[in-house]
Design a protein around this ligand. Structure first.
Ligand SMILES: NC(=O)c1ccc[n+]([C@@H]2O[C@H](COP(=O)([O-])OP(=O)(O)OC[C@H]3O[C@@H](n4cnc5c(N)ncnc54)[C@H](O)[C@@H]3O)[C@@H](O)[C@H]2O)c1
Ligand SMILES: Nc1ncnc2c1ncn2[C@@H]1O[C@H](COP(=O)(O)O)[C@@H](O)[C@H]1O
Ligand SMILES: O=P(O)(O)OP(=O)(O)O
Length: 263
């Protein structure tokens, strides 16, 4: 992987996009994970205003401390980086009281609240983005966004630009090392951090990112009959999730009205 070329390409792309959009820079949510670690660093490298938002919602302590350490590191390296910590737990708890219509142990209710956390962060990013003349910079990678659709529609998926969405997760880790991110971010285990129980992405999906990437790279050229053993298991997981997430990857369906009905 040509890390330097990819880095330069993304940084220039971000800079050009902001200039053409006549904005001052970008706002990024920083979670303590590797995706937002890399994206926030690339935004900082543009030299444009880069606002980092740390937005815990009942967050695990290790996630919060990794996010804060990463923010402190970026601020020490880039004068154009600013950061705000906003504890969204009380706002979420208030919504929880108002919205909690069923039993909170009901699986659909748990999923809805997990996604509401991501959407609360999205509205916060847009608030501070508009206030400061910044675009919301997305952190999704190629597996999450175009493979298994592992993101919240209009939550962390609700962004203005998506600089690393053509990079596989293993490539994001390579960039994290290349860009000298702090060790704890380089080694961070992927988690969506949206649930009260501490579950990694791998535990939730049933496959690792390297396993999913292998299938994604062969997607469209191989079918179920070409796989066996663990690869077959992962192929089935990938196929199921990819199919279920098509609505996130396609334009919003519009009900077309026949021209002749307009008279
Ligand atoms: N990057 C991460 O690690 C990350 C971040 C956030 C969420 N997640 C995970 O992603 C998952 C998100 O859950 P989800 O995908 O059920 O929620 P979602 O809200 O992203 O998508 C479901 C919603 O999409 C709409 N929808 C469903 N089928 C549709 C169709 N055929 N056409 C049009 N719209 C349709 C409905 O409004 C439905 O409520 C969770 O498992 C969550 O833990 C991962
Ligand atoms: N606690 C958080 N603070 C700021 N931004 C966050 C936080 N948790 C998540 N985010 C943002 O959402 C995306 C996706 O998060 P996952 O942890 O992968 O679900 C993340 O990259 C941050 O930009
Ligand atoms: O999006 P992030 O930064 O939270 O990374 P991960 O999904 O690896 O936790």
């Amino acid at each position: 992987m040509q890390k330097e070329k990819i880095t330069e390409k993304i940084v220039t792309w971000l800079k050009d996009y902001a200039e053409n959009a006549h904005v001052k820079g970008y706002v990024v949510g920083v979670s303590g994970g590797v995706d937002s670690g890399v994206v926030s660093t690339l935004c900082a490298m543009t030299g444009l205003k880069t606002l980092l938002l740390e937005m815990p919602i009942h967050q695990k302590e290790d996630q919060v401390s990794r996010a804060l350490d990463h923010i402190a590191d970026l601020k020490s390296r880039f004068p154009n980086v600013e950061a705000i910590s906003l504890n969204l737990t009380p706002s979420f708890d208030e919504l929880f009281k108002v919205f909690n219509v069923n039993d909170e142990d009901f699986p659909a209710e748990k999923l809805a609240f997990a996604n509401t956390r991501a959407r609360l962060r999205m509205l916060t990013l847009y608030h501070f983005g508009q206030l400061n003349g910044l675009l919301v910079c997305g952190t999704g990678n190629k597996v999450e966004d175009f493979g298994i659709g592992f993101y919240t529609k209009y939550g962390d998926g609700g962004v203005d630009v998506s600089p690393i969405a053509d990079l596989y997760k293993t490539e994001v880790y390579e960039l994290a090392k290349h860009l000298n991110l702090i060790e704890s971010i380089q080694n961070a285990i992927p988690t969506d951090g949206l649930w009260d129980v501490d579950r990694t992405d791998e535990q939730q999906i049933g496959a690792t990112y390297p396993e999913l990437e292998k299938i994604q790279k062969e997607w469209g050229t191989k079918t179920e009959v070409d796989y066996s053993g663990r690869d077959l298991e992962v192929f089935k997981i990938f196929s199921r999730m990819n199919k279920a997430a098509q609505h996130k990857m396609q334009p919003i369906p519009v009900c077309d009205i026949p021209e002749e009905w307009r008279n």
